[in-house]
Structures are given as structure tokens and as C-alpha cells.
Design a protein around this ligand. Structure first.
Ligand code: HT7
Ligand code: ZN
Length: 882
């Protein structure tokens, strides 16, 4: 398949001014009539009028009122090219779409009898022939026509300007979006839906209409999404001075969706997972997810819609920035310093576990990629999460007010435009005067930099010296990386655990706690003066850059940081370093068949944190949570998933054994009786209580089993119910208890069989349990509630097994990989985007022992050799095999 290169960007040959579209909605054949006015872009080297189109039937094409003869245009490789078009053009196009047969969930499709669209990145071309690229923006007027009974609700972007009866059992609605937009932000929704709505007063006093649309029967689950939307609107006004520009803002939920949600102008379409919540179906994590995704999509209205991307290589311009904004939104809503830190820890955990892995594998790409085969494959953790880290580094370098000035300048310069990552960097540099030329390498170079720190202390001169050196591994197509501009936030702890005053030699700036060092060379030495005692360094505070920090900390130093660091992130980090060290050692011991032992120092350090009631429960929870098996795997050149699992389980069981009474107290002291509330304080208590329960079950006896069973039976909310069920389904105690656990699982299914999102949890829980092997997955696939066609359901069972159950997925006989290949091939026919995501599960196959590698290679080859493979899947498996 064709590779598209960033360097080949050419401005569009024609601009679009206005677009009028009429849709006659019918699942078998939806007729779409489009009229658009266009004018030549004299600055472009593209002289032809080029439109994109895929999977649609062209019925008619008229230019300036005249039917175009077949000889006047050509259609090839998804492009319709009109030669010799005049400078000013009105095009009229009629197309037909078989939406009911569209299982790809891209373009116009049907879900549960209702119509939805998904046009990002290149779905609009499945609706009509159009210059479907983000730098072509027009104003859209949309008329929807359809059967009144089947499609009582007809929605599109912007404002409703007319609606009425068509007299033949059909009706119509006309929508006008006052803002020009690229086609990827177009949306329509039609069907049987109901809404919760509210008039909301903006800070300016202007009133707007907010609506959350769902299928009938779900109106009792929309309040949290509505609250999250109002919080988002207020937050963007207060933090960035950005107001909602429309009179009406709609969110619509569908259970068939490839991703989390989509920021279509004024008509956001959401996966039900990120809308529907009430205490009996949603966990605290779900509530937080809804808040953050509603925020994310809303924030796109400015960072993505008002200022959009010139081309898809600039995707992180909107995604990295919007993730940064949603992370800050969630952190600000928690409100406390520890709450902020815990949010940061959770975000960094994802970055390290998923993005660092991507950066080290065959799909590694820069935050601004240089090429792609299928753009849908580049909605990645690198574009989103690493992109957000890049934005955060501006924030760290320029400070709160400096960053805001940069944002203000960005909007002042580029509102209404389609721009590039360099334009954002220029706004940050020009508004602050900070030299950000070298910072460009964060966009152009892939791979996770490693920063090595070495320190020395001169007691006589009272000088503490730190030398920072950076390297970055080669990545596909890129070797010999140049140094990055890395902000390294640092503090120095005295023996009493307090921060020392910091003064850099030869500089006037001082700090009572943290200084941001700017590492720009391969190696640089920084000298702190007036240091009267040998300190413990706290380096990369708040994870100030997306790098791997190497420093030879002693266990004592880590214990000191865990107990005292004023930076909560590094306090947590010290605990993780202590744990990782032990987990790596124990994994090696498992492989050698040696006896396993967990040292008292580590146990006591965790005991102290667990029992320190001055610490927020959410912080105690994250300290107590061991690095995942995937994180531990990153520490090894050759990964042995079984040994990692055994070592981690051993640590969990040892901690449970030694901390049993402390865990029981933590459990008892963090009960949240009464009415459920998802607020941060209650959620934090539940989090600690349930982590304590999970530990207790790792050293099981009848009493702890009963604790979990009673919690399951009596739970008043899904958080507690699911936590208990998870503990029970991972239970490895007596046969009687194992049977009782299986009964609980059955009861859960029976109680919630009509709640799709809960049944997803039911599959997810089983797929990620150690007790679930390949045979069990195959059995679950035969369950009447399982289907591959629904992305949420496929993710809940299949993706969880392949990605969150490494010890079982990597079975020695290769049966996990054989299953994977079968399912990638099956999904490829149904939904290439989802298939390609699953295909990524074997990205790191070269990190495994030879016998597993052989099985994985065979599975990859089987997929690669499949006929009619989508370019989505082909790109992923070809890169893996290269
Ligand atoms: N901007 C949205 C991206 C998206 C998407 C991309 C490809 C295929 C399907 C998709 N659904 C949504 C989501 C976001 O970042 O907000
Ligand atoms: Zn986004």
C-alpha cells in the first residue's frame, strides 16, 4: 500500500466556501445530494480539482450547472480528479451509501437502528466526494430527511434553523453551522433518542442549551455527563479565558464506536462508556473517565476545531494539547495538592506502560510523524500522551502565566486557521522570549530519551554537583539522535527530610524547594552552592520530562525519599523504584528456581505508608500498587511473562501475609457507608479499601474470602461490587470458596444482563484473571452475549486477554497467538480499525524467548498473508515483521 509522507504536503488546489447537503436517510440506500462552492487556490502547485471518495456510489456530478461527462474526470485510488476546472466552481454531487452494511464504524453507519457518523480522520469521503483534508474548511448547511417514526430525532452540527413535516410519513430538519470547519468535524445523528437538557449561563451572561442524548431507558444515567460538561465549560472560561462559541452543545451516546468519543462541532458523539453512569452500573474509575473524556471533547472546541490541523501529520497539535488540557482539568477539579499528584501518577503510569513500549517497538514514531500508510493507525499513545508531555514541558519551562500567554498568542494568531505543530511552538517562544529552537526535536525524533545522573558532594566547598547526560535509542528509520531540550526539575533533601535551599553557581535564581534545570547538551554539569550537608537528590520532580531517569539510588536514599519528599510524585516514584528492584531480582530468582524472599526494609516502608493517616488515601493506594507485569517486563531484555507473574504474585502474597492486620485496619477505616458519591474524597477511600481487600485475598483464608463475599453481596455501588468480584475471581483458596466465587460471577451476569457496559466488565474481569487461559477465552466467545462486531465487547474479552493477561496470552504452546491471528483476521473483515488495534498486541514479539518468538512470527505471517487485508492491519503487521 501507498505510504504518505509529511514532506510531500501540497496546499489544496481549491478552497471550499459553502457546503449544502441533503440526506434521505435509509439504511439500505441513503441518498446524499451535495452542493459546494469552491474557488481556486492560486498559491498551490496542485492545478486539478481533487476530491476523495471511498465505498460510495456516484450517481451524478455537475459542475457549474452542467453534467460532467465521464471524459472530464477520472476516478482512481479513491480520488476523483477534474482536469481543467475553472477558477470558480459550483459542484453538485449525488451519492448513495449502504449505511446499514457499514460495519467499519467510519463514515455513515447504523447502530441499533439509529444513524451515526464518524468522519475523523477520513470518514467524510465515505459520504460524498469531497476535498476531505483538514486544511479545507467550509460552512455547512445540512438538511436531514427521514421516516418520522423510525427517526424522530434528526441532529447535525450548529443551530437548528428549520424543521417540519414532509407529508409522506417523513419529516425534515435543517441545521446550519455558523463556523467554517474541515469535513472531519461533520456529524449527523438520526433515530430514536431522548435527551436530558439544560439552559446554562456562561460567564459572559449568554445562555446556551446543553443536551445529552441517549437511547430511551438511559435517562437515569446522564447526570454525571451533564455535570462534567458544565464543569468543562466553566473550567475553560476560568483557566484559559475560552468561551463556548455556539448557542447549543449536544452530546450523543452510541454503543457502537471505535474510540472514546468525537469532537464534531456542537454535536459530540460518544461511546456510551463515556456517558452513561449511575452508582449501580459505573465505578469510580468510570466516573472519572467520563469527566475526563467529556472535558477532552469539549476542550477540542478551541484546540482542534477553532484552530485545527493543517494535515494529519500535525495530529498531536490538537490531541497532545487537548490531552494536556483534560489532564489539568481533572487535576484542578480534585482540588488538593495530593489529588493533583495522584492524577499525575496515574497519567505517567499509562505513559510509561504503553507509550514507552510503543517508543521501543516497530511502530515507534515521532510526535509529529514523517509518514504513514493508514492515518487511523496513528491515533496513538505517542500522539496523545507523549504529545501531552511535550505540551507539559512548555508549561514547566515557561511557568503557569508564561504558558497562558503562549496560549493567548496562539489563538490570537491562528483562530479559524489550520496550522502546524511549529506554529504552536512559535507562539510559546514568541510570547515568552524563551529559546525553543532545540525543543523542535521533541516533535521530530522518536524514542524515549534516557537521562543519566551522577552526583558528587564537596563538603569543604559546600558544593553539590550533578552531571546529567542524555542518550536516545535508535528507532525505525531514525538513528543518531541529537540532544533534546529537557526540563529536569530537581530538589535536594537534607537528613531531616526537608528541602534544602537551592542556589545554582553563577546564577541569581534561588528556590526553597525545586529548580528546573535545562538540559540541552549531551552532557551538562550543574553545581549547587551553599550546601552544608550531603543531600539526597530528588530528580525529575513531578515527572518533568518523558524520559527514563537512571540514578544509582541506594535503598536507604529511596526509603528517605518515600518517607519525606515534598514532591509527592517522587515520593511515589521512590516506592516504585524499591518495588521494581525487588521484582526484577525475584523474577530472576524464579527463573533460576531459587528460593524467594522479600526483605523487611521494603515491607516496613510500605507498612509505614499504609498506616500514615496523614497521607491522603488515594496516595496510599498508589504507593501500595505494585508496578504492573507489563512495567516489570520493560526492565528485561528478554521477557519471561510466567516468571514475572510468579514473582509479582509472591510479593503481593508476602506483603499480605506481613501486613495483614494493617490491611484489615485500612479496610475498616475506609468504609464509605451511606449514599454513593463519586467525589474525590469518597473515591479515594474506596480505592484504598479495595486495594487492601485485593491484598488480603492474595494470602487467602476463609475470613478474608467472607469479607470479599459479603462486600460483593451487600455492595451498594458498582465500585465495591466489582472490586469484590475481581478479588473473588482471582481467588485461589479452597474448592468450596472457589465454587462460591464462580456463583458470584454468575449472579453478577444475571443481575446485569441488560446493562451492556456492565456485561463488558463481566467479560473483562474474566479475561484478565490468571485463571483464564486460551480455552476459557474460546468458551467465553461462545457465550450468547459475546460478539466481535461490537468494539466495546471485543475489547472487553479479546483485548483484555491479549494485553492484560500476559502470563496466559504468552502460553508456551503459542495457542494465545493462534487465537490472536484468528481474531485479527476475523475483525479485519468487520472493522479494520479495531483489527489493527488488536494487531498491535504482538508489536514487541522480538523481546520474547526464541520459542515464543517462533510462534509469534508464525502468527504475524499468517495475518500478513491473508487475502484482502486492510491497509490498517497490513501496516501494523508489516512493520512488526520488518
Ligand atoms: N479526535 C477523536 C478521534 C477519533 C477517531 C479517530 C479515528 C477513528 C475513529 C475516531 N473516533 C474519534 C477523538 C479525540 O481525540 O477526541
Ligand atoms: Zn482528542
Amino acid at each position: 500500500p501507498l505510504t504518505i509522507f509529511r514532506k510531500d504536503y501540497i496546499a489544496p488546489g481549491f478552497w471550499v466556501d459553502t457546503v449544502e447537503m441533503g440526506f434521505d436517510l435509509d439504511p439500505i440506500a441513503t441518498h446524499v445530494a451535495t452542493r459546494m462552492t469552491m474557488r481556486r487556490n492560486h498559491d498551490s502547485s496542485e492545478k486539478n480539482l481533487v476530491l476523495f471518495g471511498e465505498t460510495i456510489k456516484l450517481l451524478q456530478l455537475r459542475m457549474n450547472g452542467v453534467n460532467l461527462k465521464k471524459s472530464a474526470y477520472s476516478i482512481a485510488d479513491g480520488k476523483l480528479t477534474i482536469l481543467n476546472a475553472p477558477d470558480v466552481v459550483t459542484l453538485e454531487i449525488e451519492t448513495v451509501i449502504a449505511a446499514g452494511k457499514n460495519t467499519s464504524m467510519s463514515g455513515l453507519y447504523v447502530s441499533n437502528g439509529n444513524f451515526f457518523t464518524q468522519c475523523e480522520a477520513e470518514g467524510f469521503r465515505k459520504i460524498t466526494y469531497y476535498p476531505d483534508r483538514p486544511d479545507v474548511m467550509g460552512t455547512f448547511t445540512i438538511m436531514l430527511r427521514g421516516d418520522k417514526k423510525k427517526y424522530p430525532v434528526l441532529l447535525s452540527n450548529g443551530n437548528l434553523i428549520a424543521e417540519g413535516d414532509l407529508g409522506d410519513g417523513r419529516h425534515y430538519a435543517t441545521w446550519e453551522d455558523p463556523f467554517k470547519k474541515p469535513s472531519y468535524l461533520f456529524a449527523l445523528v438520526a433515530g430514536k433518542l431522548v435527551c436530558q437538557e439544560e439552559k446554562y449561563k456562561l460567564k459572559s451572561g449568554r445562555k446556551v442549551l446543553l443536551q445529552v442524548w441517549v437511547e430511551a431507558g438511559n435517562l437515569d444515567k446522564t447526570q454525571h455527563a451533564m455535570d462534567s460538561l458544565k464543569n468543562s465549560i466553566r473550567w475553560d472560561e476560568e483557566r484559559f479565558g475560552l468561551e463556548l462559541d455556539l448557542d447549543r452543545f449536544m452530546i450523543v451516546a452510541t454503543s457502537d464506536f471505535n474510540m472514546g468519543a468525537m469532537e464534531n462541532k456542537g454535536l459530540n458523539i460518544f461511546n456510551t462508556k463515556y456517558v452513561l453512569a449511575n452508582p449501580s452500573i459505573a465505578t469510580d474509575v468510570d466516573y472519572a473517565g467520563i469527566e475526563s473524556v467529556v472535558g477532552h471533547e469539549y476542550f477540542h472546541n478551541w484546540t482542534g476545531n477553532r484552530v485545527t490541523c493543517r494535515d494529519w501529520f500535525q495530529l498531536s497539535l490538537k490531541e497532545g494539547l487537548t490531552v494536556f488540557r483534560d489532564q489539568e482539568f481533572s487535576a484542578d477539579l480534585v482540588g488538593t495538592e495530593t489529588g493533583r499528584a495522584v492524577k499525575r501518577i496515574e497519567d505517567v503510569r499509562v505513559l510509561r506502560q504503553v507509550q514507552f513500549s510503543e517508543d521501543a517497538g516497530p511502530m515507534a514514531h515521532p510526535v509529529r510523524p514523517d509518514s504513514f500508510v493508514e492515518i487511523n493507525n496513528f491515533y496513538t499513545v505517542t500522539i496523545y500522551e507523549k504529545g501531552a508531555e511535550v505540551v507539559r514541558m512548555y508549561y514547566t519551562l515557561l511557568g503557569h502565566d508564561g504558558f497562558r500567554k503562549g496560549m493567548d498568542l496562539y489563538f490570537k494568531r491562528h483562530d479559524g486557521q489550520a496550522v502546524a505543530c511549529d506554529d504552536f511552538r512559535a507562539a510559546m517562544a514568541d510570547s515568552s522570549g524563551h529559546d525553543l529552537a532545540q525543543f523542535e526535536r521533541w516533535y521530530s525524533q522518536a524514542g524515549t530519551p534516557r537521562v543519566k545522573a551522577e552526583t558528587s558532594y564537596d563538603a569543604d566547598a559546600k558544593i553539590y554537583q550533578i552531571t546529567l547526560s542524555q542518550t536516545c535509542p535508535d528507532t525505525p528509520g531514525q538513528s543518531k539522535k541529537l540532544p533534546f531540550h529537557i526540563p529536569v526539575a530537581i530538589g535536594l533533601l537534607g537528613a531531616d527530610g526537608k528541602d534544602l535551599k537551592l542556589q545554582l553557581e553563577g546564577q541569581t535564581t534561588t528556590s526553597n524547594n525545586t529548580l528546573v534545570l535545562e538540559l540541552t547538551a549531551e552532557s551538562q554539569t550543574f553545581r549547587f552552592t551553599g550546601i552544608t550537608q550531603k543531600p539526597t537528590p530528588s530528580i525529575l520532580r513531578n515527572f518533568s520530562a518523558p524520559v527514563v531517569l537512571e540514578y544509582a539510588y541506594t535503598d536507604e536514599e529511596l526509603g528517605h525519599l518515600l518517607a519525606n519528599d515534598s514532591d509527592p510524585f517522587n515520593r511515589w516514584e521512590a516506592g516504585q523504584r524499591l518495588a521494581t528492584r525487588r521484582l526484577v531480582k525475584l523474577t530472576n530468582a524464579v527463573q533460576k528456581g531459587e528460593e524467594l524472599e522479600l526483605d523487611a526494609m521494603f515491607i516496613e516502608a510500605l507498612r509505614a505508608t499504609l498506616n500514615d493517616t496523614t497521607l491522603d488515601p488515594s496516595f496510599r493506594e498508589v504507593v501500595l500498587t505494585l508496578p504492573s507485569e507489563a512495567m516489570i517486563a520493560e526492565e528485561f531484555a528478554v521477557v519471561d511473562p510466567q516468571s514475572i507473574h510468579t514473582a509479582r504474585q509472591f510479593v503481593r502474597a508476602s506483603l499480605a501475609q506481613h501486613l495483614k492486620s494493617d490491611l484489615l485496619s485500612a479496610y475498616e477505616n475506609n468504609l464509605t457507608p451511606g449514599k454513593y458519591s463519586p467525589d474525590a474524597v469518597s473515591a479515594a477511600k474506596r480505592g484504598l479499601k479495595n486495594v487492601a481487600l485485593a491484598y488480603l485475598l492474595a494470602w487467602p483464608d476463609d475470613a478474608t474470602f467472607m469479607l470479599a463475599k459479603t462486600q460483593f453481596d451487600e455492595a451498594q455501588n458498582m465500585t465495591d461490587r466489582l472490586a469484590a468480584l475481581s478479588g473473588l475471581s482471582n481467588f485461589s483458596g479452597s474448592a468450596k470458596n472457589t465454587k462460591a466465587a464462580a456463583q458470584s460471577l454468575q449472579k453478577f451476569y444475571k443481575d446485569f444482563k441488560n446493562e451492556a457496559l456492565v456485561i463488558d466488565k463481566w467479560f473483562m474481569l474474566q479475561a484478565s484473571a490468571y485463571t483464564c487461559d486460551v480455552a476459557k477465552v474460546r468458551e467465553l466467545m461462545k457465550h450468547s452475549a459475546f460478539t466481535l462486531s461490537n468494539p466495546n465487547r471485543a475489547r472487553s474479552l479479546i483485548f483484555n486477554f491479549c494485553n492484560a493477561n500476559p502470563a496466559r496470552f504468552h502460553a508456551a504452546d503459542g495457542s494465545g497467538y493462534a487465537l490472536w491471528a484468528e481474531l485479527v483476521i476475523a475483525l479485519n473483515k468487520l472493522n479494520p480499525q479495531v483489527a489493527a488495534r488488536l494487531a498491535r498486541s504482538l508489536d514487541r514479539w522480538k523481546k520474547y524467548p526464541q520459542n515464543l518468538q517462533a510462534h509469534m512470527k508464525a502468527a504475524l505471517q499468517k495475518v500478513a498473508e491473508t487475502k484482502k487485508l486492510s491497509k490498517d492491519v497490513l501496516e501494523v503487521v508489516s512493520k512488526a515483521l520488518a
